[in-house]
Design a protein around this ligand. Structure first.
Ligand code: PDD
Length: 280
């Protein structure tokens, strides 16, 4: 693979980042994941808008403007012959001697991008749906900033897997579901209403979420952006998740309890088709 590091395209074995990099020492970095299908970037503008918000929230210097970042994304697609997969972008506050204070102004940010060849359109998880297990949401409070502090979500996913599930749904102490380990969470109630948690610091503001909610409203679904409890979710007619890589992926059980008839729901399948038709 050819990866991008601070202005250079190099084979992955030759890529170098300092051991003093703030992302490495302090998780002082942010990231974006943009999906590629047929060599085309999906919702690049949305991902760059959120990158801008993460940078601003952490007072980080933008590593490049959006046009330059688009050029790098496109160059990596070409150099790696990427037809279907993901492009990962990470920005850190740069490298400086270890200190809890931010490095002096003018310290250049670190910018890294690489591609991952993965199937996006045809996935077993879409055909059969995924099982989720609940875990307490023990992440920090600013989950709307897309930081590289992914240890807890990673632990949550492993915990879910140890219970025989595919992913975790994280739950606040009040019993409401926040989101999946790396995706947003939705239910469709028995009355047919699409419910997903409202935007706040409690969840990442998914770019796929934005598109899916717009498309759901356009198709005439009733959409409620509000918190829902684990109990309400277990009683739902359908459930699903969204993310850049999962698009819309059905959830067929929660903590071992079947959702609907235990197969991917009709509305979920339709939302996936509509999302794909609109985005590609
Ligand atoms: N994850 N919630 C969390 C906690 C996430 O990490 C993600 C994305 C989402 C969905 O956001 P979007 O629709 O913009 O991808 C929600 C990426 C894909 C990842 O970490 O790989």
């Amino acid at each position: 693979r050819i990866v991008y590091v601070n202005g250079s395209y190099v084979p992955e074995e030759e890529a170098k980042v300092s051991v003093f990099d703030r992302a490495f020492l302090m998780a002082d970095g942010i990231y974006e994941v943009t999906t590629v299908v047929g060599g085309k970037l999906i919702d690049f503008a949305g991902h760059m808008a959120r990158l801008g918000r993460s940078l601003a929230a952490l007072k980080m210097t933008p590593p490049a403007d959006t046009e330059a970042l688009l050029a790098i994304h496109r160059e990596l697609v070409v150099r790696n012959g990427l037809d279907e997969g993901l492009i990962y972008l990470q920005v850190s506050r740069g490298s400086a001697d270890r200190d809890f204070s931010f490095p002096p102004e003018g310290t250049p940010p670190t910018l890294v991008l690489f591609t991952q060849k993965v199937a996006v359109l045809e996935r077993e998880s879409v055909r059969s749906g995924i099982k989720v297990a609940s875990v307490p949401d023990l992440r920090w409070g600013l989950r709307d900033i897309k930081t590289v502090q992914l240890l807890y979500p990673s632990m949550a996913k492993m915990e879910a897997k140890s219970k025989g599930a595919d992913d975790a749904w994280m739950v606040e102490s009040d019993g409401t579901v926040t989101e999946g380990s790396s995706n947003n969470a939705y239910i469709i109630t028995k009355a047919g209403t699409l419910v997903t948690r409202a935007l706040s610091h409690a969840i990442l503001h998914g770019i796929t979420r934005l598109a899916v909610l717009r498309l759901a409203r356009e198709t005439g679904l009733t959409v409620e952006e509000r918190s829902f409890t684990l109990d309400e979710a277990k009683d739902a007619r359908e459930a699903f998740i969204t993310s850049a890589s999962a698009f819309v992926t059905p959830v067929v059980s929660i903590d071992g309890q079947r959702i609907g008839d235990g197969t991917p729901g009709e509305t979920t399948k339709r939302m996936r088709e509509i999302y794909i038709a609109e985005s590609l």
